[in-house]
Design a protein around this ligand. Sequence first.
Ligand SMILES: O=C(O)CCC(=O)C(=O)O
Length: 257
Amino acid sequence: MIQSRDAEFYKENGYLLVKGVFNQQEVAEMREAVEKIITRAAQSKSDGNHAWQGDFLPKEELKKLVLKGFHDVHYHDAAFTRAAVHSRMREVLTQIIGPNVQLHHSKMLVKPPEVGAAFPMHQDYPYFPHEKHTMLAASVHLDDADEQNGCLRVIPGSHREGTLPHVGTYYLNHKQYPITDGTPCVAEAGDVLFFNYLTIHGSEPNRSVRTRRNVLFQYRDPSDFPTDNVHFDWGMGLMVAGENPHFTKVKPEYTIK
Ligand SMILES: O=C(O)CCC(=O)C(=O)O
């Protein structure tokens, strides 16, 4: 599905938009699964607003904004387990990470119409630092995304700058890195944006009347070890392609409560 020049593009630019990874039926299944998760979360009173707090917007504006986000979606619906290990995902992942690919975690992000919150520019690195920086996000589009409904934006080549100092809840200084400086990654439902965890990215608010739903999977090479045990999620460590060469390090060390 991708050519060697696409893998080169990823290496050079730190991101790659791959068209039509999922077909419309697969997208419909995931949309339905997202809606059901939101309903179950509301029923169990576990609903939450994940709109980024901070100083990048005036307080009154921030209060109005909503971002629905839940982690570990593959523990909520098998549609996401199928997506995480989908043959077309594996095809791309093995070309840009290597033959061995491991799932780190999954999450969904729903930016509702008109009040969908922005994501200030940031690297994902500070959330789950690793030695070799193979970690990448595969953001699966469940809706067409453009500048009006707050599509993802990336700074091409920024992964080559290495790790940058983040502030507060891990975002970059918004005056130095305005969201509008990012290249908009306009995508259609079923497309997947792959981007390295050092690639600076973010997204503007949803100003349209259309929802923007994405499901995001983070993957890494199993030989790329965390430098800090700051992030644990259920299901992390699942092998998606190839083998795990480290017999004694196949599972993260955490205490089950
Ligand atoms: O989907 C988006 O708009 C941004 C998501 C993001 O930056 C993240 O999850 O780290």
